[in-house]
Design a protein around this ligand. Structure first.
Ligand code: ZN
Length: 221
């Protein structure tokens, strides 16, 4: 099996993200560049808790042809290939359906990051890519174009997010930081919405309080 160790690491990272509720069932997908010509990607529509290293697909970066892997590659392989090509300094590209940031994408607004450490990690402004259906070349092109040398994350309208990193650990840190930044935005919005019924306010407040800037995901060494 090619890239056995890296495939196992991708599986472990998926489990960590799934435990956090960031992948929403079989949603979301992870890509990891393993050499100049290949990247790994999670398979399509597969339960993360039943997934093993053999299920992780090895893809050619040049044409997204599948080289190895017992299942079909994620439909977002083309999207990740474009992102990895746009950021040759980054080996990891992570797409999630994390709940708070995905809710933020319904607003169709860029996210202005005010907290200094978070801005250093994510950038001061996170753009929101306009809607295109999952798995289409249309979406892949839009997300690929959103990433330049200084873009570390983007929002996808009515869908989710994509974060990159030099390695999986850095990409996951950005995923967690983006969730916390969106939660901070909604906490301020909640304070500005006094007309909201008390029960609704409490439900939203409780959901947001579980996400903090100190949130850490356990990733494999
Ligand atoms: Zn998705």
């Amino acid at each position: 099996m090619m890239f056995k160790k890296q495939r196992a690491a991708v599986v472990e990272t998926c489990l960590a993200l799934a435990d956090m509720g960031y992948l929403a069932g079989t949603g979301g997908n992870l890509a990891l560049r393993v050499d100049r010509e290949h990247f790994l990607i999670t398979p399509s529509a597969t339960d993360y808790y039943a997934m093993g290293p053999a299920d992780i697909c090895v893809m050619r970066l040049a044409d997204t042809g599948q080289v190895e892997g017992e299942k079909s590659a994620s439909v977002e392989a083309g999207l990740h290939a474009r992102v990895l090509k746009a950021r040759p300094d980054c080996d990891a590209s992570v797409h999630t359906h994390q709940p708070i940031a995905s809710a933020y994408t319904l607003l169709d607004l860029p996210l202005e990051v005010t907290e200094q450490d978070t801005a250093a990690l994510l950038g001061k402004t996170i753009s929101c890519v306009s809607y295109a259906p999952s798995g289409t070349g249309w979406l892949a092109k839009r997300v690929g174009q959103a990433f330049d040398a200084s873009t570390h994350a983007c929002l996808m309208r009515n869908h989710g997010v994509v974060c990159v990193g030099v390695d999986m650990d850095e990409a996951i840190k950005r995923v967690a930081a983006l969730e916390a930044a969106c939660a901070a935005f909604f906490r301020v919005s909640l304070d500005d919405a006094p007309a909201l019924p008390a029960t609704t306010r409490k439900l939203i407040g409780d959901a947001l309080s579980s996400v903090t800037s100190t949130q850490k995901l356990e990733t494999p060494p």
